[in-house]
Design a protein around this ligand. Sequence first.
Ligand code: SF4
Length: 66
Amino acid sequence: MSKKVYVDQDACIGCGACVAIAGDFGIFDFNDQNKAYVVKQPTSESEFEAAEDGKSACPVDAIKIQ
Ligand code: SF4
C-alpha cells in the first residue's frame, strides 16, 4: 500500500472528528497546538477505512489521502 495520509495543519480547526472516528486505530491524534496529525500511517484495510472515515467526517477537508 503506497497511499499516505496527511493532515493539512493550516486547514485543521481541531474539531476532533477524525480523532474520535479513527481513534481506536491510533491513526490520528492532537498535537500540542490542538491540530490533528497522523500518528501512524494505516497499513491494513480496516485502518485505511478508518482513515477514509476520518477524512469524510472532516468539515474543512483537511485530511488528504494520496
Ligand atoms: S476532522 Fe479535520 S478539522 Fe477536525 S480535527 Fe480532524 S483534521 Fe482537524
